[in-house]
Design a protein around this ligand. Structure first.
Ligand code: IPM
Ligand code: MG
Length: 360
């Protein structure tokens, strides 16, 4: 079977890190028999520069025809002055909405080899393995009305709408419980039900769905407390499920527990398991083009793609093991480097992972 993958390098370090992930995919195709057809497309600021829009129609068409999408990163100072409707981020949000990718899975796993890279004490983070399930196509990111209006007295007022339907809360809850079923059977739902009616409904609906999963434990936490607990005692969490914006914020926080945001992949899935895979970090324009970026989050995104969209668990395990192997070898890009490690660049890291794929 041939899997069609759309590759969207995007902006900043996107092209560099995606190139390393493509090396991994190529190796799986040539040496391990993965049926694969890769095609490139445009998204973000680079798409704007070429076509005048951060998400050209062609890209959405390509995404629709693909079995999975691999994305680098979008955005950068070059495009910050643009109107919000054509900023690079709109390309990403448009892909999420256009492909119906409502379920965003963001694992935060601490590799034992990197325990010292975390800003938290090793005993607080060692063994950390959290899965954040973030709702991705609703909430305040997409709610209407939205905008900036001028009041009668001439003062301007900005406004956005936090809105969730029961069906949206139900389906993301199910994703969280289904994932927890394969883990430690514990789901913590994060809301602000003490202040926001919308998330009071969120809490009610998650609790209702939980009755379908009697073997699982559901707990609830307010988002402010969750932020605190994540840095105080993060290992108390197994699966966290939350809204689009809370998930955005908490996943950056969780990422840093693991030492570097440069290590964490993500999957964004639709109803049928088709998905877009991307590192959770941004386009890092400050280090773009210098071969300094860590490609491991993107390579681990390939592993998630193999697992969740292409049904290739064995190959996913092979990629995970290869990443483990290069960390064992002491190879580190600057973001995870410490005294005594071997400092490598983006391409060297990618090459080392490819070499480790065969060497297992
Ligand atoms: C993320 C990013 C995006 C988001 C931005 C780039 C639009 O921060 O994927 O977490 O806010 O969702
Ligand atoms: Mg974010």
């Amino acid at each position: 079977m041939t899997n069609k993958i759309l590759i969207l390098p995007g902006d900043g370090i996107g092209p560099e890190i995606v190139a390393e992930a493509v090396k991994v995919l190529d190796c799986l195709r040539k040496d391990f028999g993965l049926g694969l057809e890769m095609e490139q497309g445009l998204v973000g600021g680079s798409a704007y520069d070429e076509t005048g829009h951060p998400l050209p129609d062609l890209t959405l068409e390509q995404a629709g025809a693909a079995d999975a999408v691999l994305l680098g990163a979008v955005g950068g100072p070059k495009w910050e002055f643009l109107d919000i409707s054509v900023r690079p981020e709109k390309g990403l949000l448009g892909l999420r909405a256009g492909m119906g990718l409502f379920a965003n899975l963001r694992p935060a796993i601490l590799y034992p080899q990197l325990a010292s890279a975390s800003t938290l004490r090793p005993e607080v983070v060692s063994g950390l393995d959290i899965m954040i399930v973030r709702e991705l196509t609703g909430g305040i990111y997409f709610g209407h009305p939205r905008g900036v209006r001028t009041l009668e007295n001439g003062e301007r007022e900005g406004y956005n709408t936090l809105v969730y339907r029961e069906s949206e809360i139900e389906r993301i809850s199910r994703v969280a419980f289904d994932i927890a079923a394969k883990r430690d059977q514990r789901v913590c739902s994060i809301d602000k039900a003490n202040v926001l009616e919308c998330t009071e409904l969120w809490r009610e609906v998650v609790s209702r769905v939980a009755t379908e999963y009697p073997q699982q434990t559901l707990s609830h936490m307010y988002v402010d407390n969750a932020a605190m607990q994540l840095v105080r005692a993060p290992k108390q969490f197994d699966v966290m499920v939350t809204t689009n914006m809370f998930g955005d914020i908490l996943s950056d926080c969780a990422a840093m527990l693991t030492g570097s945001i440069g290590m964490l992949p993500s999957a964004s899935l639709d109803e049928h398991g088709k998905g877009m895979y991307e590192p959770i970090h941004g386009s890092a324009p400050d280090i773009a083009g210098q071969g300094l970026a860590n490609p491991l989050a993107t390579i681990l995104s390939v592993s998630m793609m193999l697992r969740y969209s292409l049904d290739q668990e064995a190959m996913a395990v092979r990629v995970d093991s290869a990443v483990n192997r290069v960390l064992e070898q002491g190879l580190r890009t600057p973001d995870i480097w410490a005294e005594g490690d071997t400092r490598v660049g983006t391409a060297e890291m990618g090459d080392a992972v490819v070499a480790a794929l065969a060497d297992q």
